[in-house]
Design a protein around this ligand. Structure first.
Ligand SMILES: Cc1ncc(COP(=O)(O)O)c(C=O)c1O
Length: 383
């Protein structure tokens, strides 16, 4: 038997894997998995085939193909009026996950602390631990899952190297307002703290204007690493193309890691995405409208149900409070939904270190076709 010390002794099978396995075994309707059950635009599929045929099959430049970096810079200029240098401030990565992990490994060292907020996306903490740091996990508070500002203030110390923010937020569908970012900016103002801003759902916002992009605050720009994903914005999660934006000095450091983690990202996919973003930017700018229809269909369709629907203002996730229906824990409730009702959802305690005990909430993903959503409504309304 080979002996070794696990670098991640606490990582095992997650509740997400258990739910997916059970849902598949019992043929349940799957609103648990957090990705679309439909394809991206056929334009993208045509272009990726075109570039493969044309021989774009060798390594892309380490930083990403210039066509894609330039298209991203134009998108940020059009949408947010930001001026971003495509050569020194944008790096294409293999999904947002690589951008997040490379950023954490680049700046977090042994003994450093990183503040994250639960419920929290599951890739952050393992990366912090691999870097030798420790995660200080603070729960978001209240019905609106707001940042716990007084706790943040208490937790920040000389050891704090990074704060990871996810807005728009998976799994709650909430997003931070400009005033939240200003408050946060005051807290880190004189400190040596990097803000790693996971904005993979930036295009999926409803009801008001766009997502508030923290790069709009000059007080934050210097310490911000912003992370995005074409998987989310193009309904092509399997392509695993993401990117990060940061000022040149931070970018240079993250690129050192990216260079030796993956070096570069699938060339033909980058070329296809560059064409899509430059030729069909409207599709990106109207992504919120596309998902708003699905959100409204789900939320309106559940008005008469016994679930309390926590209406999301962003992302393609919606939380359902089942406290009127059952006293079971969220894990047991999800298992029961699969076994007895044939529908898979996700228990949000899986996103916490210490979930509030009285919290009875599951997450559903509405990035699903109309027929799936209609079937989901039939099932959920009958519970
Ligand atoms: C909050 C959040 N960050 C990052 C990612 C990972 O994105 P990618 O698939 O581009 O690596 C996801 C995917 O679900 C996510 O929900």
């Amino acid at each position: 038997m080979i002996k070794f010390n696990s670098k991640l002794p606490n990582v095992g099978q997650t509740i997400f894997t258990t739910i997916t396995a059970k849902a598949n075994a019992l043929g349940a309707l799957n609103l648990g998995q957090g990705f679309p059950d439909f394809d991206g635009d056929s334009f993208l599929k045509d272009r990726i085939c075109h570039y493969i045929e044309e021989g774009f099959n060798q390594y892309a430049p380490m930083t990403g193909v210039p066509e894609l970096r330039n298209s991203i810079a134009s998108y940020f200029n059009k949408k947010y009026k930001h001026v971003i240098n495509a050569d020194t401030e944008i790096t294409i990565t293999s999904g947002a996950t690589e951008a997040l992990t490379a950023s954490i490994l680049a700046f977090v060292s042994k003994g450093d602390e990183v503040i994250v907020f639960d419920p929290c996306y599951d890739s952050y903490v393992p990366a912090i631990e691999l870097a030798g740091g420790s995660a200080k996990r603070l729960n978001l508070v209240g019905d609106g899952f707001s940042l716990p500002f007084s706790k943040i203030k208490e937790t920040i110390s000389d050891k704090t190297r990074m704060i990871i923010i996810n807005s728009p937020h998976n799994p709650t569908g909430t997003r931070l307002k400009k005033s939240d970012w200003i408050e946060l900016s005051k807290m880190v103002d004189d400190k040596n703290i990097i803000l790693l801003s996971d904005e993979v759902y930036e295009g999926i916002c409803f009801d008001e204007e766009y997502h508030f992009n923290p790069r709009s605050l000059s007080s934050l720009e210097e310490r911000l690493i912003s992370v995005y994903s074409f998987g989310k914005s193009c309904h092509m999660t399997g392509w695993k193309v993401g990117y990060l934006i940061a000022k040149p000095s931070l970018t240079l450091e993250v690129r050192k890691l990216h260079q030796y983690i993956t070096f570069s990202t699938f060339t033909a996919a980058q070329m296809a995405l560059a064409d899509f973003l430059s030729e069909k930017m409207e599709t990106f700018l109207s992504l919120g409208d596309f998902y708003k229809e699905k959100r409204d269909f789900l939320v309106n369709g559940l008005k008469e149900s016994r679930f309390k629907v926590i209406n999301p203002s962003s992302t393609y996730f919606c939380l359902l409070d089942y406290s009127n229906i059952s006293k079971l824990s969220d894990v047991d409730f999800c298992l029961k939904l699969i076994e007895e009702h044939g529908i898979a959802t996700i228990p949000i305690s899986g996103f916490y270190e210490n979930a509030p005990e009285d919290q009875k909430i599951v997450r559903v993903c509405f990035a699903k076709d109309q027929e799936t959503l209609a079937r989901a409504l039939d099932i959920l309304n009958a519970i």
